[in-house]
Design a protein around this ligand. Structure first.
Ligand SMILES: Nc1nc2c(c(=O)[nH]1)N[C@H]1C(S)=C(S)[C@@H](COP(=O)(O)O)O[C@H]1N2
Ligand SMILES: [Mo]
Length: 403
């Protein structure tokens, strides 16, 4: 029984509708191979970022059910580790967008292939492609929107981007496995001009060319290069920072503020003379700011590296977290949860592990660049730990729980 006509209806389902002389399996293989390197880096650094968040710890509370891919204790050295991996994740993710668009353009006739499904195996393959294209668009759209601080959706970004990433990786692995033979054939025959009967992507009735294949690569390369120049500065710093037009916190700003005290609803009264830092462990005690400042102070150059891709190195001064753990009667604490004065929102608490607590450069900072913290940077006290995602460097710290 035939449900659909054997001949495609007029429009994009007809092979003659697609007339660019550039499309071929070879072109798609080239674009796909380069893209694969890019998305490979983005996928691995994405999983590393997930590991760095340590969602298994306490109130980091990002994901309800963690599939547990790449469960590692996140190291504290080198100190620039997260700035590097996350800078790569965001920067490469943005740079490869033109390549992704060119790749999708190169295979678009396949989207309209007629008949839409030829059999059970083909149906599975098409579902796989649907998952791949769907999750790709979802991952790039949510990732770029997040890096641009634009949240048009109502779901939890971290969870959605994590599960979306797992679907993306699984469907990509499948896709590459299925397509490797066609790619190898295309590369082997690169000098021959294959006819449409041998090359499912070649237009049977090509229009005169307007752009050479080299021109297309040049265009994609130029677009990627422009994105690189206007994005990378937020992570790399230096003169590139001044042209980081696509970095929402990047242009010129060498020490961005993630969330201002006003937005976080921190009032001057909260951080006035009545301020006390609460330490909870085997003992419980409260310290005034003067008592904190009277403890041994240490100064280090440390980096804040935000999940959004930007990073900055400043000189921080404060009390070692391990000294505070000892002050709470727990010198060997395995976890520390930092609570903020911030009345509402996701940043009320973040948890870190034993490696972070024990590192001599892990501070509850009272000063930055020689001066007391500004209110926007977390006055009176903030957590700052080497190689930790910025999101766990809690500002306006009210209490530290050691367990
Ligand atoms: N209480 C609180 N702490 C916080 C945040 C926040 O919104 N509230 N933002 C976090 C994030 S996501 C980052 S990247 C850093 C940024 O620190 P900065 O604003 O001093 O640059 O602070 C972290 N600490
Ligand atoms: Mo952040």
């Amino acid at each position: 029984m035939r449900l659909l006509p054997a001949d495609p209806p007029p429009g994009p389902t007809r092979p003659t509708f697609w007339r660019s002389p550039l499309r071929s399996v070879w072109l798609t293989s080239m674009l796909g191979s380069v893209l694969l390197v890019g998305v490979g880096i983005v996928a691995v650094t994405g999983l590393l970022s997930h590991a760095a968040y340590q969602p298994d710890l306490g109130n980091n509370g990002l994901i309800e059910k963690d599939i547990g891919v790449l469960v590692i204790g996140w190291p504290t050295s080198p100190g620039w580790l997260y700035a590097f991996t996350q800078g790569l994740h965001v920067t490469i993710g943005i740079i490869i967008v033109p390549l992704l668009l060119a790749k999708l353009w190169s295979v678009i006739p396949r989207l309209f292939a007629w008949p839409p499904v030829t059999g059970p195996v083909n149906a599975l393959e098409r579902i796989g492609i649907l998952l791949l294209v769907g999750s790709t668009i979802f991952q790039f759209a949510t990732g770029i929107a997040n890096a641009q601080l634009y949240y048009p959706w109502h779901f939890n970004f971290v969870g959605a981007h994590y599960y979306g990433g797992l679907i993306f990786i699984a469907s990509l692995v499948l896709h590459v496995a299925v397509k490797v033979p066609a790619m190898r054939r295309a590369y082997a025959t690169r000098r021959e001009v294959l006819g449409p009967e041998d090359d499912e992507l070649r237009a049977p009735d090509p229009a005169p060319g307007t752009l050479s294949r080299r021109g297309l690569f040049g265009l994609v390369g130029a677009a990627a290069g422009t994105l690189a120049v206007t994005t990378a500065g937020q992570s790399i710093g230096g003169p590139l920072r001044d042209v980081a037009l696509f970095a929402p916190r990047g242009t010129g700003a060498s020490f961005p503020i993630n969330k201002t005290a006003a937005v976080a609803r921190i009032t001057p009264a909260m951080v006035g003379p009545a301020y006390r830092l609460k330490l909870v462990g085997d003992d419980e005690r409260e310290l005034t700011l003067a008592e904190l400042a009277a403890m041994p102070q240490h100064t280090y150059d440390l980096q804040i590296a935000c999940v959004e891709g930007w990073s900055t190195t400043q000189q921080w001064t404060g009390v070692r977290l391990r000294d505070l753990a000892a002050a709470a009667g727990m010198p060997d604490a395995a976890a520390m949860a930092a609570g903020s004065l911030q009345p509402r929102g996701a940043f009320r608490q973040a948890t870190i592990g034993p490696g972070q607590i024990g590192h001599p450069h892990s501070l509850l900072a009272l000063r930055v660049n020689g001066a007391p913290l500004s209110l926007d940077h977390g006055f009176p006290a903030r957590v700052i730990v080497p190689a930790l995602p910025g999101v766990h460097c809690t500002k306006w710290v009210k209490e530290l729980h050691f367990t």
